[in-house]
Design a protein around this ligand. Sequence first.
Ligand SMILES: O=C(CO)[C@H](O)[C@H](O)COP(=O)(O)O
Ligand SMILES: [Fe+2]
Length: 226
Amino acid sequence: MGVTAKIAPSMLSSDFANLASEARRMLTSGADWLHMDIMDGHFVPNLTIGSPVIVSLRKHTDAYLDCHLMVTNPLDYVETLAKAGASGFTFHIEASKNNWKELVQSIKSRGMKPGVALKPWTPIEEVYPLVEAENPVEMVLVMTVEPGFGGQKFMPEMMDKVRVLRKKYPSLDIEVDGGLGPSTIDMAASAGANCIVAGSSVFGAPEPAQVISLLRNSVEKANETH
Ligand SMILES: O=C(CO)[C@H](O)[C@H](O)COP(=O)(O)O
Ligand SMILES: [Fe+2]
């Protein structure tokens, strides 16, 4: 499998009052990306952060900011997030059924990496046209919890989606998000996920570096057999 492991602590579980130092702590613990959960209180029943926070964090780090947009109108966020310094822009298919082509074009033209996310009960077939488009998304995020909150229980039944995607697209970045940690990573890694978001399991650990390393080892070991 020609993909590399990316471990992305979800900053939703960090101390937002100390975001810069929390980001540094994750990066020195071995994180590849920082996962930023942007929620609008409408697409999901929770409200988190937006572009001003990305602007502030960008002043403190060059890290890849993996932005997960849980918003009703993702197109409205492209320009401000690009200017703010976002690296990846992952929108939900449920919020972009009629304008994903325009959205992907807009994200790419502003130098960000486009990704598409899907909620647990959205069929995987809905993202195929986006991966196979002339101007394709570069990552698929398979939600393994209902989006909106950290600290929920991993849904193993979502691994069928990951397996199908990996078989169909051997070099695609496949991200999983929700309930990932030492007790669930092997299921996700063996199904074929290579980008791993983990919030509560990393921030709640006495030694985040150990959890990040465990997550990476599981993905790398599974990669050898894919
Ligand atoms: O997108 C999300 C929630 O909608 C978060 O990224 C996710 O929940 C991470 O937190 P945890 O690892 O604690 O489940
Ligand atoms: Fe997320």
